[in-house]
Design a protein around this ligand. Sequence first.
Ligand code: RTP
Ligand code: MG
Length: 139
Amino acid sequence: MATNRTFTMIKPDAVQDGNTGNILADIEKAGFRIIALKKTRLTPERAGKFYEVHKERPFYNDLVTYMSSGSIVAAILEKDNAVAAFRELIGATNPAQAAEGTIRKKYAKSIEANAVHGSDSDENAQIEGDFYFPADEQF
Ligand code: RTP
Ligand code: MG
């Protein structure tokens, strides 16, 4: 069953480039409501924990280094069918393959520095949102 929430991070490349506001505007224009929002920075240990599901993948160590290299902006978002709708809004992992008008097409630099994260399932959206936000910070 689809829930109505997903979780996103604006990644270090996009925050560094000054695209936080543009990306949040695109997200709200697409009909998502912001349920929780914070700017923070992951330690390598916390980035490693967040991406634990990928620890056997060849890109895991680079990803952890990259995601702890600068500030990120974390958010919980709400919309009907949020997980799938948000992945459509952000586009393919590799910006070279992302559709015109998607957030990754507009703001990503590479398959790694690809501007935003989007949860891949309702279950992971819940886990990832709770990783950053206690219940009394989710509205
Ligand atoms: P995300 O989790 O960030 O929303 O991205 P995704 O589902 O589209 O991609 P996923 O397979 O979950 O990979 C997580 C992140 O790892 C980096 N990556 N690097 N060098 C590479 O080949 C490679 N492949 C993936 C990207 O930052 C990707 O978003
Ligand atoms: Mg993923």
